[in-house]
Design a binder for this molecule. Structure first.
Ligand code: BV8
Ligand code: ZN
Length: 308
């Protein structure tokens, strides 16, 4: 029974994918779980016995920029060590017009709207572009992933933005400043010595600075309570969509958590939603549910193996 249900689910999903015109993917931390990036829920949601979401706020940064910068230093280092996984690569391939035309022949647009700030989707796009450039003698734009299909709605971990003049630079240096490395080393040695954990205080003067005006800089991510800069563009794309794939998200953070329901209400409720998660966790009803690791389920459901 189980197998029959699964294949019918897969067949029906493929039929809807084949006829879809405007496809969006809404992704969360589960997309990067297989790359070793901790999710926000469960054990991954804690850093040094602190709630990750409690550190991702402007208030936390105002009160204790040293601690918040150490939190983001930890996340930067984890993201630098990570590699895009099969789910990231599958979604990057959907950004290649010639591949999208074979997977979804009626599609006029494909967008990946990710809540992740780890940059792994961007690296997947670069990896797919490189692979196709080496595979194809003279690849045309049709043969390469279009980076504008990716929307990092909660910002980027490696963006460093000035708290005064807003000057922003994409900076992958590790560490971003020596004080963060020293604090990390000190914290690790305290733990290894089995001593009681204590917070290492970094003077504001030694924290990352704006290269333009020298003021304190902050991570270029969207914190809770902050506006989503690209929301207007995103709302237009969501309003046009007739198929939404919800990948590896607990759908607890808005506005991202509302997009699937908005798509399902599109065109007199003819929009379709498919969920990819290790457990069912969508906020609203879905038409298809693929329970399992997205790095396995997504490439298979998209039938990418057969089209390359
Ligand atoms: C805003 C960047 C308005 C920083 C992030 C009360 C009620 C309702 C809403 C609110 C409320 N109070 C406040 C709000 C709004 C708030 C919100 O939604 N809060 C929640 C907590 C209730 N939203 C905001 O503040 C947003 N801004 O509303 O602005 C405004 C308007 C005008 C003027 C001013 C303001 C901004 C939200 C953005 C916050 N920044 N990230 C950083 O990363 O440090 S949010 C961050 O947390 C992530 O980006 C992500 O969005 C969220 C975590 O959720 P997930 O990614 O889903 O991760 P999670 O761990 O929860 O789940 C992982 C899932 O993967 C699980 O389901 C698991 O089963 C699955 N999984 C695991 N492994 C796999 C897998 N699935 C498949 N395969 C696997 N292998
Ligand atoms: Zn500045």
């Amino acid at each position: 029974m189980e197998a029959a249900l699964r294949s019918r689910n897969m067949e029906e999903f493929r039929r809807v994918l084949h006829a879809a015109k405007n496809i969006i993917v809404v992704a969360g931390a589960g997309l990067s779980a297989a790359s070793g990036i901790p999710t926000f829920r469960g054990a991954g949601g804690m850093w040094r016995s602190l709630e990750a979401v409690s550190l991702a706020t402007p208030e936390a940064f105002d009160q204790n920029p040293s601690l918040v910068w150490q939190f983001y230093h930890y996340r930067r280092e984890a993201a630098l060590r990570a590699q895009p996984n099969a789910a990231h690569l599958a979604l990057a391939k959907m950004m290649v017009p010639s591949i999208l035309a074979r997977v979804a022949p009626a599609a006029q647009s494909f967008h990946l709207i990710t809540q992740n700030v780890d940059g792994l989707s961007t690296r997947a796009i670069q990896a797919v572009a490189e692979e196709r450039r080496s595979a194809l003698s003279s690849p045309s734009p049709q043969d390469l992933p279009n980076p504008s299909c990716l929307i990092e709605m909660h910002g980027r971990l490696f963006d460093v933005r000035c708290t005064q003049c807003n000057h922003t630079v994409l900076d992958f240096s590790s560490p971003l400043c020596s004080a963060l490395h020293e604090a990390d080393k000190e914290h690790t040695s305290v733990i290894q010595a089995g001593q009681k954990e204590h917070e290492v205080k970094i003077p504001v003067s030694e924290l990352p600075k704006c290269s333009e005006c020298g003021s304190l800089a902050r991570p270029g991510v969207v914190w809770f309570g902050e506006e989503i800069p690209l929301l207007e563009d995103i709302d237009k794309i969501v309003a046009e969509a007739d198929l939404c794939l919800v990948v590896g998200t607990s759908s607890r953070v808005s506005p991202a958590a509302n997009f699937a329901m908005e798509v399902r209400a599109n065109n007199n409720r003819t929009g379709r939603v498919a969920e990819f998660n290790i457990e069912s966790s969508s906020r609203g009803p879905v038409d298809f549910r693929f329970i399992g690791e997205c790095e396995t389920e997504l490439p298979e459901a998209l039938g990418l193996k057969d089209v390359e």
